[in-house]
Write a protein that binds this ligand. Structure first.
Ligand code: ATP
Ligand code: MG
Length: 155
């Protein structure tokens, strides 16, 4: 199905506000006027999962920025946070089932370690990939990178 990117992004942003409970500053850059070919519930849960991680792993007062970034042949949904960050050694394993970065953190924040495994699965269904940039103590940016071929302009 062709889904309106603005509607999809607004729904995800609403979820972010609810999850954050006013603990974070949430910034949304207006999405480009595109439709995306995909499964609505899968995309919403995959992108929503990135947002819920950003909320969970960013202490109160932090900022979470949501944006779509277009390059020549890709369009990516970026979820940038000013949270705990992740050491480089962990990055390759984040999408493994049940992988969590440290046990102390895991205890404090709950969760099972399945979220990103499911995200990766859903993105793969859409020929998309997950990129992560992170710095311990500074924050993280998770990028769901889609081929531009999955999009068309509205109208
Ligand atoms: P859940 O199954 O509830 O999503 P989870 O959040 O622990 O549990 P994942 O979403 O798969 O599992 O994330 C795996 C691990 O990656 C997390 O435990 C956390 O350590 C780390 N992580 C994920 N997103 C972020 C983020 N935005 N900032 C810092 N660490 C993160
Ligand atoms: Mg998670």
């Amino acid at each position: 199905r062709w889904l309106n990117l603005t509607e999809l992004t607004n729904a995800i942003t609403e979820d972010a506000y609810v999850l954050s409970q006013q603990q974070h500053q949430i910034q949304l850059s207006p999405p480009p006027a595109y439709l995306i070919l995909g499964n609505e519930s899968e995309l919403r849960s995959a992108l929503g999962n990135l947002v819920s991680n950003a909320v969970r792993y960013t202490p109160p007062g932090g900022t979470i920025s949501l944006s779509w970034q277009e390059t020549q042949d890709q369009l990516a949904f970026h979820v940038a946070d000013t949270g705990l960050g992740i050491e480089a050694q962990h990055l390759p394993r984040l999408t493994e089932r049940f992988y969590r970065v440290d046990r102390a953190r895991s205890h404090a924040t709950g969760g099972t370690g399945l979220g990103l495994a499911i995200v990766k699965h859903a993105l793969t269904h859409h020929q998309a990939r997950l990129d992560v940039e992170s710095e311990l103590g500074k924050g993280s940016t998770f990028k769901a990178v889609f081929p531009l071929a999955r999009f068309r302009p509205v109208n």
